[in-house]
Ligand binder design. Structure first.
Ligand SMILES: NC(=O)c1ccc[n+]([C@@H]2O[C@H](COP(=O)([O-])OP(=O)(O)OC[C@H]3O[C@@H](n4cnc5c(N)ncnc54)[C@H](OP(=O)(O)O)[C@@H]3O)[C@@H](O)[C@H]2O)c1
Length: 217
């Protein structure tokens, strides 16, 4: 007999990633609650997210949440996204561009793995094989899609470290994320302790870097 799914309370459900977690939780059949601060209602973007929760039958407050969103539910159609098209003329490469990073491109994929982790006692490592790439790999892949070679500008580590504190928020965060010196794939997953999420849950069709870039061609 299938074990009962945990109830989920999302704190930060009105935030950027939180609204995807709320949707992913409810979609995967968890009884879902969202904590919503009163102040969010005066923010027009967040008020829209809260309105979506209301439309779906979910409502919470700074008081202990009492209402649930029963599955199945519709999607949060008006979620804001950060989709921006890659450059077509020139590109900035940080460092030598060879450091490998792990990418999870779509917020829905993050939500899907998060939900599986909730009732899984093991540690899930997210290292989807198709999404372990360097800046140079991504640029080469994009160039092959648009049939064009981009002009490269290289930014040294010294220049980057100077630029981060001088940049306005949230550009400073994005630049800091580019200061990845260590190969994020350097460690091995100890089988007695953890598992690689995309191998453990092959039914989650995560979006590859290749697929993600294709939408912009
Ligand atoms: N976005 C990313 O790409 C990313 C990547 C890696 C890790 N993360 C981590 O994921 C978390 C959320 O990121 P985000 O980008 O979604 O941030 P965000 O858009 O700023 O959202 C933060 C959320 O937390 C809520 N919150 C903040 N302080 C609170 C408090 N004291 N009590 C109750 N709720 C509070 C906010 O509520 P209000 O709406 O009421 O302000 C908001 O809903 C952060 O810890 C971040 O470091 C994010």
């Amino acid at each position: 007999m299938a074990s009962e799914k945990s109830k989920v309370l999302v704190i930060g459900g009105t935030g950027y990633i939180g609204k995807f977690i709320v949707e992913g939780s409810a979609k995967s059949g968890h009884q879902t609650f969202a904590l919503v601060r009163e102040a969010s209602l005066s923010d027009s973007v967040k008020a829209k997210v809260v309105q979506n929760f209301k439309d779906l039958g979910l409502w919470g407050s700074s008081d202990p949440p009492t209402n649930t969103l029963p599955p199945p539910l519709a999607t949060l159609a008006q979620c804001e996204t950060r989709l921006t098209s890659p450059p077509r003329d020139k590109v900035t490469i940080y460092g030598d561009g060879n450091t490998k990073e792990v990418f999870l491109n779509k917020e829905e994929d993050i939500a899907a793995y998060t939900m599986r982790a909730i009732d899984d006692p093991r540690t899930l490592y997210i290292k989807p094989p198709k999404n372990i790439v360097s800046q140079n790999d991504i640029v080469a892949l994009w160039e092959s899609k648009i049939g064009k070679t981009l002009k490269r500008t290289y930014v040294s580590e010294e220049q980057l470290l100077k630029k981060i504190p001088e940049s306005p928020h949230p550009l400073d965060i994005l630049l800091a994320l580019n200061h990845a010196k260590e190969d994020q794939t350097y460690f091995t997953i100890e089988p007695s302790f953890g598992v690689e999420a995309s191998q453990l849950y092959p039914d989650i069709k995560y979006t590859s870097v290749d697929e993600y870039l294709s939408q912009f061609v």
